[in-house]
Design a binder for this molecule. Sequence first.
Ligand code: C2E
Ligand code: CA
Ligand code: CA
Length: 680
Amino acid sequence: MDPIPARVTDADVLELVDVLLEDVDEAPEEPPARRPWLPTALIGLGAVLVIAASSTAVIAAFRQSATAERVTATSRLADAYQDALYTATVEQSLERAVRLTDDPELLGWHRDAGSSLDQALTEVETVGTAADVELVERVRERHDAYTTLIPVGLGSGPRADAADRLAVEASEDVQDLLSEASQARYREADAIRESAASSARTTATAQAVAVGVLLLVLVAAALLALAWWHRLRREKVRSQHRALHDELTELPNRLVLQDRVEQALLVGRREGGVTALIVLDLDRFKEINDSLGHDYGDLLLQQIGPRLRRELRESDTVGRLGGDEFAVILPRISGVDGAMVVAEKLARALEEPFVVNGMSLAVEASVGVAVAPDHGDDVRTLLQRADIAMYVAKDNKLGVSSYDSSVDGHSPARAALLGDLRRAISERELSLHFQPKTDLVSGALQGVEALVRWQHPTQGLLSPDAFVPLAERTGLVHSLTRFVLDSALAQCRAWYDQGLELPVAVNLSTRTLLDRGFGDEVKARLAYWKLPPRLLTLEITESALMGDPARAAELLGELADQGVRLSIDDFGTGYSSLSSLRTLPVHELKIDRSFVRDMLTSPQDASIVRAIVDLGHTLGLTVVAEGVEDEPTARELSRLGCDLGQGYHLGMPTTARRLLGDMGPVGVWAPRPSPPVDLP
Ligand code: C2E
Ligand code: CA
Ligand code: CA
C-alpha cells in the first residue's frame, strides 16, 4: 500500500480553507450577553402605562359627556323654575295694577300670566325629578289658593281684607318656593360643573404624568437596548478577533494568513501578478526559552511582529504560524528576486538585538521564500514550499533561501506530508517501536533497535520509509533524530531503573553525519538521562558512511571516544572498502536483510552472508543478521557463526510495553558475557 496520499488538488485545498474558515465562524464564541431583563421590564411597564393612560382618557371622556348632560338638565330645570318665578312675579304685579285701574285688559293679562305660570310649572314637572313634581304640587296648591282668594279680595270689608292678606301670602309662598328651587338648581348645576372641572383637571394631570413617565420609560428602554446591542457587537468583534489572532502576539494567526494568501492569489491570478509568501523561523529561540524561561521567550515573540512590520508596506501581512515561526505575505511583488530582497531585509531586521527586561538578546532567523505562481498557486503548496525553503536556509546556514524544486521530491503530496511531519514532531504524533536483537545460539535478548512510527491523523500508522527519506531532504530530519534519540534514551533509562540493562540502537540519517553539533548533543542527552554510553548504539548505513567517509570518520571518532557503540547498517549494499572498515571505530555489522532473506535458496547470498560474518569476526566486530523470518534461516545463521539476529521470526517491532510481554520473563535476558558490562 502506498502511504503517500494521491496528489492534493487546488479544490482540496480550497475545501480545507473553507472548512477552516467555517470553523472560525463556528468557533466557540463567548457566551452571548445575557438578554437584558431591564429594557424588557421597562417596555412592559411602558405598555401598562399606555393602557392605563388611554383607558383613563376614555373613561374621562365618558364622564365629561355624562356631566355635561347633567349640567344641561339641571340648568334647564333651574331656568324652568326661573320662568315660573318670573310669571308669578308678573302675575302679582298685574294683580296690583288691576286693583288700581280696574282695566279689563289688565285683568286678561293677569289671567294669561296665570296660565303662563301653569305652563312653566308643567315644564318643571317634565324636566324635574320626583322631588320637583312634589314641589310643583305644593306651588300649585298655593297658587290655587291665591287664584281662589284674589276675586274675594277684590271686594271690600274685613273678609276681603283677610282674603287679600291670605292671597298675598299665597303669592309670596309661590314666589319663595320657586325662587328657592331655582336658586338651588342653579347652585346644583354650578356644583356639578365645578366638580366636573376639577375631576377633568385631575385626569389631565394624571394623564400628563403618565405620558411623561411613559416617555421616560421609552427613552430609558431605548438607551438600555442600545447599550445592550453595543455590548453584543463588541463581544462579537472580540470573539472574532480571538478566533483570528494569535493570543500572545496579537498577530493574524495561521487561519487568517491562509485566507489572506488565498485572497492575494485570487487577485494575482486575475491581474497576472506575483504573490510571495515568506516563512521565518527564529534560530536561537529555543535556547532563549530554555535558558531564560518562557516569560522572556514570550516577550521576545511579541517584539517580532512590530520589528518585521517596520520593513513592510501597508498592504503586506505579518502573522504567526505558531511557536517561533512567522509568515509574511507580499501580495504584489515583482518576482522571486523582489521577494528575496524583502526577505533579506527582514532577516537583517531580526539580527538587531532585542531588549527584553533590560537584557539584550540576539536571535537570527532562517527565512524561506516561495512565490506564486512559479512555486505553486494554492495556499497549501505555497506554504509548504516556503517551509521547505526555510529549512534549506536553516540547514545550510544561508539565512535566506527561495524554494528550489530540486530539494523537494517534486511531489505536492510529499510536500504535504512534510508539512504534517513538522507538526507531528512538535505535537508528539511520533512514537517508537522496539525490535529485539537476540543471541542466535541462546536466544537471549541482547538489545533493541528503536524504529520510529508516525500515527498520522488521517493516514494511520506510517512506517519510516514513508517519511524518513522525506525528512532527510530538509533539515527536519534533525528534529526527528533528536526526538528518536531522546525517546529511546528515556525508554532505556526506564528499563535501567527496572534493573534491565538493555542497549538501544538508534538509526542515524545521512544528514546527521553532516551535523557538526551532533556529537555534543549525544553527550548532553546521555548525561541528561544519566546512562552509561555503552547502552547506546548508533546505526549508520553503509551508503551514508561511504557518501562522505572523511566526515563520517570524524563524527564516528567523536562518538566512539564517548563510549557510544557504532553499527554499520544495511551492510553489503554500500561497497565499502576494507581499508575504510578497518580504520572506522565501529563495533557492529548488520547484514542487509536482502541477503538474509534468500540465503537458503540462493547460494550466492549464502556465500555473501558467510563472507560478511567472517569479515566481521576478522575485524573483531559483532555481526548481526537482519530480516530473520524463519527458524531454518536462524539455524543456518547460527551455524555460520553469526552472533545476533533480528527479524520477524525473533521478535516483531513493538511498543516498549508489549516488548516485555512478548519476550517472556525478564530472567531469560542473559547479559552478554563479552565485552563485560561495567556499570557506572
Ligand atoms: P533498518 O534500519 O534496516 O530497520 C529494520 C527494518 O526492517 C524495520 O523497518 C523493521 O521493521 C524491518 N524488519 C524487521 N524484521 C524484519 C523481517 O524479518 N523481515 C523484513 N522484511 N523486515 C524486517 P522499518 O521500521 O519500516 O524501518 C525501515 C527503515 O527506516 C529502517 O531500516 C531505517 O533505515 C529507517 N528508520 C527507522 N527508524 C528510524 C529512525 O528513527 N531514524 C532514521 N533516521 N531512520 C529510521
Ligand atoms: Ca537500522
Ligand atoms: Ca538495516
